[in-house]
Write a protein of this length. Structure first.
Length: 244
């Protein structure tokens, strides 16, 4: 359902439910939260699919019949989805979403919590709940509007129409285009992992929470830290830095 593998300090979360087009069931969202909780040692995280031609169909629609009949199950679904998405978004290290193939419904909400989104040549995106007679969680509507603007978010949400990789890049839904999103994500994660991990995490905090006054203290404290000492030593020795 959701697999994790490590390549040195880089963790990859792979959606692996090919028989269901990588649709995420309630248990899958809960599993995602558990997985995210175990990634504290990573310097970068890649979110991708193990299924050629499909990133994810979104939430598992086969569970929706039960939600029609059971109000308590609706709450569990909403909270499980929220917990899984927010756990990924709360990771302190950079998260890169590599989207090769279709990315639909709740899968768009999932990639919105990544720091960098890369679309492969075959990527397609659609936010489709209105086609089913549903809304979209308010946190995800807000993130979509913040990412692409309210007007473009409105068009995506109200029509449910799909856009391709170029269209997604044009409106700012993704930041990068590549023939192979997974390969580009791996290369980008490798470059990030070469940098000072505490400094990178501080930069992510500043991007996500610019009003956090503690960042000023952290910035000053870094001048007395081991990462700067190694960075300066490497600079003067004209060698690549090696950060522990």
């Amino acid at each position: 359902m959701i697999e994790v593998r490590w390549d040195g300090p880089i963790a990859t979360i792979a959606l692996a439910r090919g028989g269901a087009r990588n649709a995420v069931p309630i248990a899958g969202w809960e599993r995602l939260a558990d997985v995210a909780g175990g990634l504290g040692a990573a310097r970068a995280v890649i979110l991708r699919s193990n299924m050629p031609g499909m990133f994810s169909a979104g939430a598992d629609i086969t569970e929706f019949a039960a939600l029609q009949a059971d109000p308590a199950a609706r709450t569990r679904f909403r909270l499980a989805m929220r917990t899984g998405i927010e756990a990924l978004g709360a990771l302190p290290m950079p998260v890169i979403a590599a989207i090769d193939g279709g990315c639909f419904g709740a899968a768009v909400a999932l990639i919105l919590v990544a720091d960098i989104r890369i679309a492969g040549d075959g990527a397609q995106f659609a936010v489709t709940p209105a086609r089913l007679g549903l809304g979209y969680p308010r946190a995800d509507v807000a993130r979509l509007a913040a990412q692409v603007g309210q007007g473009r978010a409105s068009a995506l949400l109200f029509t449910g129409e799909a856009i391709d990789a170029e269209g997604a890049a044009r409106i700012g839904l993704v930041e990068r285009r590549a023939p192979d999103a997974a390969a580009d994500a791996a290369a980008l994660a490798g470059r990030i992992a070469e940098n000072a991990p505490a400094a990178v995490r501080q930069l992510k905090r500043a991007l996500r929470r610019p009003d956090d006054a503690d960042l000023d203290t952290a910035f000053e404290a870094a001048f007395g830290g081991a990462e700067l000492a190694e960075g300066l030593a490497a600079f003067h020795a004209r060698r690549p830095p090696v950060f522990p």
